[in-house]
Ligand binder design. Structure first.
Ligand code: 0O2
Length: 221
């Protein structure tokens, strides 16, 4: 009966997507633990905010077709690794690496890929630290390893990326060259801002060490 087939396919797909939601919940909990622990111990957190999203079925289907991935769920899990995504924003560049280290040291988490667009920005100026991690999701009758894409970047990098993303979509990928030039220039300014902010923090930290009356909480590493 075609209705049985349809019900079966829908159930498989729902389970598949649910596993990503659980994996995302796991990684979100991990980042929340780090944030709260830091806030408790230091009155300061390297994490400014955390945002997570599940890819919509439409954009997943679009990517599967675009990348010529076989349309069975096992191949999709293997090849498309950003179905679950989490973005962690920090104030300072060095905190992006701190968060990445603290996450990837966790025993239940496997790093599948790491791309450091902070050390090596993309041609257009895009900066971010990308990880693909695999987390075990414990279900009633089995355990599945599910990949989650983690993007870690500063507020300045995030500001740039969200504006660039809007412009890219507005022009459907055909951004006029002068706008691309401006974006690349703005990315340079954002990177300079991050550097200045980092230098400012280092200075306040060393002052706080010399003169304890300078309270350095918000600038502690
Ligand atoms: P969306 O709409 O954010 O989901 P792949 O993930 O395989 O397509 P790749 O090159 O292996 O691509 O992964 P990469 O380079 O790590 O980039 C994946 C994601 O990083 C993108 O997802 C974006 O979210 C972000 N990203 C990468 N480059 C740029 C950029 O130049 N500008 C902005 N604003 N974001 C970028 P999606 O699926 O492309 O987009």
């Amino acid at each position: 009966d075609p209705r049985d087939v349809l019900r079966d396919v829908r159930a498989h797909l729902a389970t598949f997507m649910m596993e990503y939601k659980f994996a995302l919940d796991e990684v979100e909990t991990k980042t929340n633990i780090l944030r709260e622990e830091f806030e408790l111990a230091n009155d300061y957190s390297p994490i400014e905010h955390v945002k997570s999203r599940l890819k919509s079925l439409e954009s997943l289907a679009e990517k599967v077709a675009r990348m010529n991935v076989p349309s069975d769920l096992a191949s999709i899990r293997e090849e498309i690794r950003d179905i679950a995504g989490i973005r962690v924003t920090t104030a300072f560049v060095e905190d992006t690496y701190l968060i990445a280290d603290m996450l990837t040291r966790q025993r239940d988490l496997t790093v599948l890929a790491r791309k450091d667009y902070i050390a090596e920005p993309k041609e257009n100026g895009y900066q971010s630290l990308h990880l693909v991690v695999s987390v075990p999701v414990f279900l009633s009758d089995r355990t599945v390893e599910v990949p989650v894409e983690v993007q870690i970047r500063t507020i300045a990098m995030d500001f740039w990326a969200s504006v660039e993303h809007q412009i890219y979509y507005k022009y459907a990928g055909q951004v006029p060259p002068h706008l691309n030039l401006t974006l690349t220039e703005v990315a340079r300014i954002a990177a300079a801002l991050d550097m200045e902010m980092g230098a400012l923090r280092s200075e306040v930290q060393s002052l706080a060490q010399e003169a304890p009356q300078v309270r350095g909480e918000t600038f502690r590493p």
